[in-house]
Design a protein around this ligand. Structure first.
Ligand code: ZN
Length: 66
């Protein structure tokens, strides 16, 4: 595969318009992150809000068993 040496169109990153993750009822991690996110938002700490959202999305949950 040849390296591309000519100019290419700029990559357009999609705007993040995902809805914020919703805490799962009964999950302590979700509850803690949601509380932390709320506090951070009140303080205008968007970096921490974003971190909380990432954690909310990514932390493991036990499979919802019947
Ligand atoms: Zn959770």
């Amino acid at each position: 595969m040849k390296a591309i040496t000519y100019a290419q169109c700029p990559v357009e990153l999609p705007l993040r318009t995902d809805p914020e993750p919703v805490p799962v009822v009964g999950c302590g991690v979700c509850a803690a992150l949601a509380a932390q996110r709320r506090e951070a938002r009140l303080q205008g700490d968007h970096s921490t809000v974003s971190d909380c959202n990432v954690e909310l999305r990514n932390h493991p949950h036990p499979k919802e068993a019947a």
